[in-house]
Design a protein around this ligand. Sequence first.
Ligand code: ZN
Length: 344
Amino acid sequence: MAVMKLPEILNLLRCPCCAAALEQREIGLFCTGSDCEYGHDPFMNLSGQPVLVDFGTSVFKRSTYAGGAVPIVRPLGLPGRILDRFRENLYGENRPAEAKAADLIGSLAHKPNAKVLVVGGGTAGSGTRELYAATTLNIVGLDVFPTELTTLVADGHQLPFAAGSFDAVWIQAVLEHVLDPQLVVQEIHRVIADDGLVYADTPFMQQVHGGAFDFHRFSLNGHRWLFRNFSQIDAGTVGGAGTSLLWSLRYFFRSFGWGNKISTLLTMPFFWIRFFDRVTSRTANSDAANGVFFLGRKSQVAMAPKEIVQYYWEMREAPAKRAARGANAPAAGMVSNPGMTGAE
Ligand SMILES: [Zn+2]
């Protein structure tokens, strides 16, 4: 596990309110900006991690953190943890994330001490085992709550880092939970070094999860447009229509007022529906996918609006054919994922 500690990245930190550099003093972490509120009072600290949030613009409240609580995630009891494990098995491991993690590790192998920022890294995403195990990577984790996988607490809308701080950013199952995904991707673009990489995977056909903190869904096209300031290395679907149907079933059961636990148990016997993702039509699945992923490289040239219409048809071609045309040619050192159909 190579999650970096705060002292190792102090020089990269910037104030989420005024973008000035930060300074560690005896009584806490301060902003060096002369007019900044965090110049007088230190940033809050939770479990030894600073809370680098601009509460003036964030959906999160200062009072929540000041009371020692954290938003979104409540600690799960044993039944909750067991149920979570069941649910993971129901939907299967995220194979594209696993493959893209391997690609990312490979393409950063030539960079000594490559730094990867994991936005929403409070819990390890499905398929990220290799990413966290890679001895060649230094991982900086951030989330809106501190865990052993995070370095600091922050809001993705104001990434508290200097421009060009990271060789790659990994953001998995997060962009649906942020109020302004475009702003978050703009921030990602800013903190990535020139030529740096981004991997994102985001739900498409999934019902509301995370309660009040669930705002968006993305089709393959919508997701590509979100990352229009990046050149595409690979993109595709995560889980096909079968996985989406399992999600619908669970929420169908929930619609009777049965809770999440009972609804999950009632859905379990239908786990086999997801295996149809292996045999159903790749092109049709992209219209009904459970999620979408994008692996790209920071670019200074944005995609044009007209190109996004063409993109839909290009992505329906077989990956091999697309690569042969050069429409989605993998960059040096990267391997394109032929598994467009997703999770399995
Ligand atoms: Zn400041």
